[in-house]
Structure formats: structure tokens, C-alpha cells
Design a protein around this ligand. Structure first.
Ligand SMILES: Nc1ncnc2c1ncn2[C@@H]1O[C@H](COP(=O)(O)OP(=O)(O)OP(=O)(O)O)[C@@H](O)[C@H]1O
Length: 371
């Protein structure tokens, strides 16, 4: 496989991986199309890094297989897979300059470039990552965020069949991270090359991913374009993974005529719930989909203001509903300007913004009920 170039599709087929009694990957099924930018999102310990390592060949699956361009990689050495991986704990040469660290992949037999071409390439990448002024400095003398960009540059500087990036922006401050996100996707080599990008930051996943995969306990819960993940989450785990403040989940049951009745009294919603009467369900409403003081929505609620918190140009308002439950909403600053604690408020939500889920169970989060 040495010398293989061109972007490759990635597939994981039923990949299991355990460390002793600890299951890291529990039958991962995942495909990333050639040239796609795919974000894998999940909480700490979900199996994100292990997934990348099995694709890179740094870990062998206990069962199942990894394929690159449809070819089974079992037994193929990491070096021969032609993928480039950037770890969260990056391995750089601390005593050597940032330039040397960036140029070193271009001195390896497989990717060797003439010195002049290597210099152009290194400067190009350094410019894109905003580290051109640091090239002469030893990496050991750089900040964590600067070092992380050198590590990312080292991955992007040479051609690869796929980039495997493990939280590559985690050490940057919020402003720089946002700027780098935009830069990263615009880099020509990244646009052309299959990229599997791991993050626990849902904003990052939504900003970057052509498609997103949500992973929990070593399993893929859902994959899809961001619109699907946002509007049609598979279950309450996925719904909670995206959006801050968190989605509101109001408990209820299905009435005899198939409607939703709030468990805490207060309201009944005349939407048809495709579940048996008496079934415990939850109504999901995202804070940004709730309108303050308007009438005419499918769902209308009343309550009192509990807390308000300014979030830049918007305000997060926590409302205590009649039954006692709290609900978050995000309103434009103008709409929430005069609100004081204990003020009565009316809230409304359009039918298109209501999500219905089964109740959460100890063994699994409630699944979304169609549509
Ligand atoms: N070398 C190892 N030895 C033992 N257990 C491991 C090893 N590597 C990973 N694990 C375990 O496997 C599970 C998945 O770990 P992994 O690092 O893939 O998660 P992650 O989603 O990348 O988490 P994080 O966001 O914290 O990096 C965890 O329970 C972890 O403790």
C-alpha cells in the first residue's frame, strides 16, 4: 500500500474493542464518504479516541473490521495506511523549532519534498494556522494553544488519504477556536481529503461537520447531516447533546384520545401521539423555539419569571410553569428587557418545534416518537 495517495472512504464494520473488562467500542458501525468532513461527537469516555486509533491502526479491533476505500485494513501497519492523525496529547519534538516540527513529515522517505518545496508548504500551513511568527521558536517555549496548532500543522502539511483529528482545537481560547474552525474547513487539502474529526463540543460539530455521528458508550447512536440531528434526534441523549441551554423535556402521558397531557397538570396538547393511551412520554422544546408573550402557537403556557441571564444579544429566561416545573427560553434582549422576577409570562411554541419522546428509562434514553 506504500505510495497510495488520494482521499479514501473510511468504514468501521461492527468494531469491538475492550481493554480488560472495559468495553471501549461496542460494535461501531460508521462510514465516512471520500472527501467528507465527518464529526464524531460524544462525552468523555464514549470511545472517540479509540475509534480514531483503530482507523489509524494504532489499535487492532477485537472483532469487526476497518476499511479504507473498501479494503480491509486488518494487519496493515499504521504507516502503510496513509492516514494522518493528530492526537489531543500531541507528540512534538520540544527542543526543535516549530519549523522543524512542521517540516519533519516532509523529510520522511514516503513524503519527502525537496527543501525549497517543503519550505513553501510549511510557510503556507503556518500562515493558515496563524503561527508564521513562531516558526523559529522551540516548541517547548510555546503556549499550549500554539503547540496545538503546530501539531495540527504537522498533520496537514503532508498528503494523506484521510485526516484523523482528535480535538485539535481544544486548547485554543474561544475566539481563536472560532476563527480556526473557519480556517480549517477552508484549507484546500482538508476540503479534498476525508476528515474524521473528534470533539465533545456540539457547537464545533454543528459548525464543521458535513455529517455528524453521535457516540455513547462505544456505540453510534445516530449519524446524519446537522439538520437531521437537530430536528430529528434519535433519542433524548442526542437531543440533550446539542443546544445550550439544554432542550426542555416536559413529562406527560398519552390520553385516551391520543393527545399529550402534561404530567404536572396545566395543559393538554391536541396533537396526535402515535403511542398507546397511558404511555409515559416527554415533550421536547428547545429554548430558542419558545416565543415570549405571543399567542397562537400549538403550545401555549403560562408561568412566572424565575431567573434571567443575559447572553450577549439574547437573554435566557427561566420560567416556573404552573405545575412548578422550570423551563428555559432564549428571547431577544428587546423582548425580555422589562422582565422582573415573579412577573407573569405567556409562552408559545409552534407545532413544527415540538418533539415527542418516550420517557427515559434507566437502561436507555427515551427514543423520539415519529414524526
Ligand atoms: N489504553 C487503555 N487502557 C484501558 N482502558 C482504556 C484505554 N484506552 C481507552 N480506554 C477506555 O476506553 C473507553 C473509551 O476511551 P476513549 O479514550 O476512546 O474515549 P473518548 O471518547 O475519546 O474520551 P475523551 O473525550 O475523554 O478523550 C474509556 O472507558 C477508557 O477509559
Amino acid at each position: 500500500m506504500t505510495g497510495a495517495t488520494g482521499s479514501a472512504s473510511i468504514a468501521l464494520r461492527g468494531v469491538h474493542k475492550s481493554y480488560g473488562r472495559n468495553t471501549a467500542l461496542d460494535g461501531i458501525e460508521l462510514t465516512v464518504a471520500e472527501g467528507e468532513f465527518f464529526c464524531l461527537l460524544g462525552p468523555s469516555g464514549a470511545g472517540k479516541t479509540t475509534t480514531l486509533k483503530t482507523v489509524a491502526g494504532l489499535e487492532e479491533p477485537d472483532s469487526g473490521a476497518v476499511e479504507l476505500d473498501g479494503r480491509d485494513m486488518t494487519g496493515v501497519e499504521p504507516y502503510d495506511r496513509g492516514v494522518a492523525m493528530c492526537f489531543e496529547s500531541y507528540a512534538l519534538y520540544p527542543h526543535r523549532s516549530a519549523y522543524d516540527n512542521l517540516a519533519s513529515p516532509l523529510r520522511s522517505p514516503k513524503y519527502r519534498l525537496p527543501a525549497a518545496e517543503a519550505r513553501v508548504k510549511v510557510h503556507e500551513i503556518a500562515e493558515l494556522l496563524g503561527i508564521k511568527g513562531l516558526l523559529e521558536r522551540p516548541v517547548g517555549a510555546l503556549s499550549n494553544g500554539q503547540r496545538q496548532r503546530v501539531a495540527l500543522g504537522r498533520v496537514l502539511v503532508r498528503p494523506a488519504r484521510a485526516f484523523l483529528l482528535d480535538e485539535p482545537l481544544s486548547h485554543l481560547d474561544a475566539k481563536l477556536r472560532q476563527a480556526m474552525r473557519a480556517e480549517l474547513k477552508a484549507i484546500g487539502d482538508v476540503r479534498r481529503t476525508t476528515t474524521l474529526y473528534v470533539t465533545h463540543d456540539s457547537v464545533e460539530a454543528l459548525a464543521l461537520g458535513d455529517r455528524i455521528g453521535v457516540i455513547s458508550d462505544g456505540r453510534i447512536v445516530q449519524t446524519g447531516p446537522r439538520e437531521d440531528i437537530w430536528h430529528r434526534p434519535y433519542d433524548t441523549f442526542v437531543a440533550r447533546a446539542f443546544g445550550r441551554p439544554l432542550i426542555n423535556l416536559l413529562p406527560g402521558t398519552v390520553t385516551a384520545d391520543g393527545h399529550f397531557a402534561s404530567a404536572e397538570g396545566g395543559f393538554e396538547l391536541p396533537v396526535d401521539v402515535p403511542a398507546a393511551a397511558g404511555t409515559a412520554v416527554q415533550l421536547g422544546v428547545r429554548p430558542r423555539d419558545i416565543t415570549l408573550g405571543e399567542e397562537g402557537g400549538a403550545l401555549e403556557l403560562t408561568g412566572t419569571v424565575y431567573v434571567t441571564e443575559v447572553l450577549g444579544r439574547a437573554v435566557e429566561v427561566t420560567v416556573r410553569l404552573e405545575g412548578g416545573r422550570q423551563l428555559s427560553l432564549v428571547a431577544p434582549r428587546a423582548a425580555a428587557a422589562g422582565l422582573r422576577v415573579d412577573d407573569p409570562v405567556r409562552l408559545s411554541v409552534g407545532l413544527e418545534n415540538l418533539l415527542l419522546f418516550e420517557a427515559d428509562r434507566p437502561e436507555r434514553p427515551g427514543r423520539r416518537i415519529t414524526p
